[in-house]
Design a protein around this ligand. Sequence first.
Ligand SMILES: Cc1cc2nc3c(=O)[nH]c(=O)nc-3n(C[C@H](O)[C@H](O)[C@H](O)COP(=O)(O)O)c2cc1C
Length: 327
Amino acid sequence: MMTLKALQLPLVVQSPMASCTDLPFRLMGRAHGMRFAFLEMISSEALVRNVPQTAELMRTVPEDRPLGAQLVGCDPQIMGEAAAKIEALGYDVVDMNLGCPVPKIVSKGGGSMLLREPHTAEQIFRCVVRAVKRIPVTVKMRLGFSDPSGHEAAAIARIAEACGVDAISVHGRTREQGYRGVADYEAIGRVKAAVTIPVIGNGDVVDAASALRLRAVSGCDGVMLGRGALGNPWIYHQIHAALSGAPVPPPPDAVARKAALLRHVELQVQHDSWPLGPLHRVACWYFQHLPGVAEYRHQVNRVRSVEELKMVIEAFPVARSDRHFEG
Ligand SMILES: Cc1cc2nc3c(=O)[nH]c(=O)nc-3n(C[C@H](O)[C@H](O)[C@H](O)COP(=O)(O)O)c2cc1C
């Protein structure tokens, strides 16, 4: 049986991110020390109804482990049924989404709307915990719907704990904030203080220093990475090192970034039946903040084939000063 304790502590978890944390992204991460990742969120209804697109989102390979699946939805019975299916399919954790801010989800009562519906949230937790026999059940939430203090999340966290949920993760922003502003690590600490189950902090972790700050300020049991890992698979080794007190590996130079991006392109071609769509995004992730990226982005947006894209990537200027880690 898979338990959270079986994972090395402190937990460093890759968060679910729609249209981002697909199989090629995860395989790149695994090659650079990613230990635990989530699929992007899956609609519980679509999973129960066997919608083919959902199977596509859930594609994995044996080396892509341990791997969690996250469910979004607001019908307790359907969430329970979908959770049982996730366990039967062999995923290692089932997570419930109480953070999604997207109007399409919130207007139906799912995602972050459940922070305002503690009774429904409780029914969902009970149904999912009852439906799942062997794997851990977790909840990912925001600080609140509009109240940034963390009290809303703390109340939901207590309910989750009482229902038998194994761990929670907390994004230090409200639904109203979306992705704006700064994640509040002190407010995450208030949620941590409200329960005894492990709490994983999330928001604005972009390097070893921010991971250490999140842990120190919130007292959380682990850190969850989001956007900071896009085009930056080196972050896993950096954060593992920082959290265990080891020297943090230096950031990659532009040559290493280019090589990694070309590898990501290969993986996308190998595992995606329409790779060019996601690759337009992926190709911009790896060179962000480097000189010359504005013109490069413009070129990436115009390519119409993977071959063309590879030529644009190869042509990206790697200045001498960007090669300082070469031997
Ligand atoms: C493009 C995108 C897609 C996301 N999709 C999901 C999702 O499917 N499920 C979820 O719980 N959170 C999702 N999130 C939220 C992230 O998992 C994370 O909580 C948030 O980005 C905060 O972390 P960060 O500041 O480190 O990026 C998404 C975020 C982004 C930017």
